[in-house]
Write a protein that binds this ligand. Structure first.
Ligand code: UTP
Length: 294
């Protein structure tokens, strides 16, 4: 079995739920505490042993690519001020030269279309997908959990979590076969089903390991839910041809493409920082005491 070395990070979406913040700025550059979402995703992939990255970008996303460049003027200024630690921190977060390539999705036709734009990068290899606006706080990074599961089973693996049944119409939902409490066999996948027809309440989050065969199905560019080329529909066609599992990952996921999810992520990640936690607890207590919630 080929090792997992490649990751595709789609960042060409419009981020309409975050307007006006995303009018001139990429959603994936929004910071949680002091790091942009895209950097969390790249670091998580690197922790899983992935060393080749493909960013699927679009208009107005230049800052994402520049974020991974060396900022010479900034480093010179930091050096002149004796801030060598800051320079070391910036350098450590930077993948080696040549590790990141970009491809262009000229029109945001859907997640499936964005992934298909990376077909030449993927070639015949298994590959990971990380959606940067899904942030996972975990002891062992979520993609590492998936990579370890993939090494054992091969095929396709998606990270999954239970969602309230009334929210199934927001997510890709699994039809579940055998279930050992951690790994579930995937029998079917449906994108955004209404609660009354959803086969379960187990939803896919933005972490996947897929086989290259998915590209053949995406190439047909069939439109699904919302008129978009849906990754879920192409993945569903692999079921029965390759092993396909869902992994109940350990950790907490925040949907940072959504305002409430984003705010919650700020608090959760800040509370994990010993130098910030006391001040955050203090202001949370103050606001909670002052606010009457309906
Ligand atoms: P979302 O479903 O969150 O869509 O995309 P969006 O357009 O970014 O945001 P909203 O719904 O309008 O607020 C999930 C991920 O897939 C990428 C996004 O950049 C994001 O990282 N994506 C989505 C693309 O790269 N291309 C697309 O056509 C759609």
């Amino acid at each position: 079995m080929k090792p997992l070395r490649k990751a595709v990070l789609p960042v060409a979406g419009l981020g309409t739920r975050f307007l006006p913040a995303t009018k001139a700025m990429a959603k994936e550059m929004l910071p949680v505490v002091d790091k942009p979402l895209i950097q969390y995703a790249v670091e998580e992939a690197r922790a899983a042993g992935i060393d080749q990255f493909c960013l699927v970008t679009g208009r107005g996303k230049t800052a994402i690519v520049e974020h991974f460049d060396i900022a010479y003027e900034l480093e010179a200024t930091l050096r002149a001020r004796g801030k060598e630690d800051e320079i070391a921190r910036l350098r450590a977060s930077q993948p080696p030269p040549g590790a990141i390539v970009t491809v262009r999705q000229q029109e945001p036709l859907g997640l499936g279309h964005a992934i298909w734009c990376a077909r030449a990068f993927v070639g015949d290899d298994p590959f990971a997908i990380l959606l940067p606006d899904d942030l996972v706080l975990a002891e062992k990074p979520c993609m590492q959990q998936l990579a370890e599961a993939h090494a054992a089973t091969g095929g396709c693996i998606v990270a999954v979590t239970e969602v309230p049944r009334e929210q199934t119409n927001r997510y890709g939902i699994l039809d579940v076969g055998e279930d050992d409490g951690r790994m579930v066999e995937v029998r079917g996948l449906v994108e955004k089903p209404k609660p009354e027809v959803a086969p379960s309440n187990l939803s896919i989050i933005g972490r996947y390991v897929l086989t290259a065969e998915v590209m053949g199905h995406l190439a047909r560019q069939e439109r699904g839910a919302g008129g978009e080329v849906q990754l879920t529909d192409a993945m569903a066609k692999l079921i029965g041809h390759v092993p396909f599992h869902g992994l109940r990952y350990e950790g907490r996921r925040f949907d940072c493409g959504d305002k409430i999810g984003f705010l919650e992520a700020q608090i959760a990640f800040a509370l994990k920082r010993p130098e910030m936690a006391p001040a955050v607890c203090a202001f949370l207590a103050r606001y909670t005491a002052e606010t009457v919630c309906a």
